[in-house]
Design a protein around this ligand. Structure first.
Ligand code: NAD
Length: 451
């Protein structure tokens, strides 16, 4: 079988290659994983946490090389690649949180004495995307392993080297077969979903999520689906417009818009729209684009030509249907799409309803707050949403009416430590992080005896 080549989206150069896992080998890999699970579980939470902490420390010492690999494979600015790699070293707090979430709990009602246990499920498949090619595997592999499962990781075919490097770092300390990598594209993913695994933890697109849910239903396998988004931002009249515009530019263009919680739609009352748009255009001008390895670059390329053509198709259709270009809109070349600001975006346009995953900020002017809320909620998605307004009841009232899973007020969506990363509606089927998230990797069992 031909190896899987990884290309640098900024230059087109080959970064490296990995052998593709043969589909026929996947059942045997699952058997090896299952055979390794009892001994891994027998280490107990503390034993597993100790090994995972020791292994993760290497992400700090090797962050420069790992970050460079991320940038070469998928194009993000080097500082962000290094930041992603470094973030994986800080596991202690999460491991402690997992230990607390999974500790047995006792209940006594005077007649029955019960203990609730959170046992590992067994073998967990983790299927991951390319936009955070080490962090997305880590968000699922770490809690799955810490809970006593063994894991088979299938990284995205766009970033196989980063996925492999992530697993290789952990495997320097983990016992054999506790974490096994399967390399390939959708065929390997499908075979893994169909194989004898106990849980499928998936982060990726809504379409693939639907496919996995259907495929998993035959065996009633557990699934966790963290899917795409079409995040809205509402700017209220009392908002600090400079802060709002700065946030909109950063959150629309970070990682070239290839973030599940990118700001993809911005709703602004007519009375402040001219000022907000001018500030957004100004902030967009500082978004230097180029090869992520070059100094000062803030916006890299699309991950591949397919993604570029998807974004350009939406962009061109929106313009032909009446959207006005306020910034960017031309000068696209190779895999690079110039950071673009559109205004006059309407609900009929595909750019207003389907995930873009590119550096395009879409402004829609509204007549009222109610219209902003109604339009913000008018997609199948429900991952994140953001409201900028005065620090007070009105802004919170608007935020509470949004149907997303995570809502930021005058900030991005990420919550305080301990809170879940959660999608609503067709953006999700489960959680990352948090007590709820950690327990997804376990089977709850209740033992009861008479008092
Ligand atoms: P994708 O769905 O195309 O692929 C994701 C993974 O699934 C890859 O490893 C791929 O090989 C595999 N795959 C594809 N088809 C499969 C099938 N039928 N069965 C099993 N596996 C299959 O997604 P992508 O393009 O890699 O990632 C981008 C998407 O991920 C965006 O929609 C983004 O919003 C989403 N995402 C969501 C979150 C979140 O937390 N909700 C985080 C990051 C990315």
């Amino acid at each position: 079988m031909k190896p899987l080549k990884s290309y640098n989206p900024s230059t087109g150069d080959v970064v490296g290659e990995v052998p593709v896992t043969s589909l026929d080998d996947i059942p045997g890999i699952v058997e090896r994983s299952r055979a390794a699970q009892p001994a891994w579980n027998a280490l107990g939470h503390d034993g597993r946490a100790r090994l995972l902490t020791e292994a993760a420390a290497s992400f700090r010492t090797r962050a420069d090389d790992l970050g460079r690999l991320i940038t070469q494979e998928m194009g993000k600015p080097l500082a962000e690649g290094i930041g992603e790699a470094k973030s994986l070293a800080s596991v202690q707090h999460e491991l402690q949180e997992i230990g607390e979430a999974l500790a047995p709990e006792t209940f006594d009602d005077g007649r029955h004495h019960s203990t609730v246990h959170h046992d590992p499920l067994g073998v967990c498949a983790a299927i991951t995307p390319w936009n955070f090619p080490m962090a997305m595997p880590a968000w699922m592999v770490l809690p799955a392993l810490a809970a006593g499962n063994t894991v088979i990781l299938k990284p995205s075919e766009e970033t196989p080297l980063s996925g492999q490097a992530y697993a290789d770092v952990l495997n320097e300390k983990l016992p054999r077969d506790v974490l096994i990598t399967v390399q390939g594209a959708d065929d390997q993913g499908k075979r893994l979903v169909d194989s004898d695994v106990d849980l499928i933890a998936f982060t990726g697109s809504r379409e693939t999520g639907k496919h996995i849910l259907r495929a998993a239903s035959g065996g009633l396998k557990r699934v966790i689906l963290e899917l795409g988004g079409k995040d809205p931002m509402i700017v209220l009249e009392g908002a600090d417009l400079e802060k709002a515009a700065q946030f909109a530019a950063v959150n629309s263009f970070r990682n070239a818009g290839q973030v599940c919680v990118s700001t993809e739609r911005i709703f602004v009352p007519e009375v402040i729209a001219d000022r907000f748009e001018a500030l957004l255009v100004e902030a967009t001008a500082s978004m230097t684009q180029g090869d992520g390895l070059d100094e000062g670059v803030k916006v890299g390329p699309m991950v591949n030509a397919r993604q570029r053509s998807h974004v350009l198709t939406q962009l061109e259709a929106a313009v032909s249907e009446g959207a006005k270009v306020l910034a960017g809109g031309s000068g696209h070349h190779d895999n690079f799409i110039t950071p673009t600001v559109l205004t006059g975006v309407t609900e009929e346009m595909s750019i207003a309803t389907e995930e873009t995953f590119g550096p395009v900020a879409c402004v829609t002017r509204v007549e009222s707050v109610d219209e902003a809320i109604q339009k913000a909620n008018a997609t199948h998605f429900g991952l994140g949403a953001v409201v900028f307004g005065e620090d007070g009841e009105e802004t919170t009232r608007v935020a509470r009416q949004l149907t997303a899973g995570m809502i930021g007020i005058n900030q991005a969506v990420e919550g305080a430590r301990g809170t879940p990363w959660v999608g609503a509606r067709q953006s999700g089927f489960g959680f990352h992080k948090s007590k709820d998230g950690h327990r997804q990797f376990t089977q709850t069992r209740v033992l009861t005896k008479p008092v």
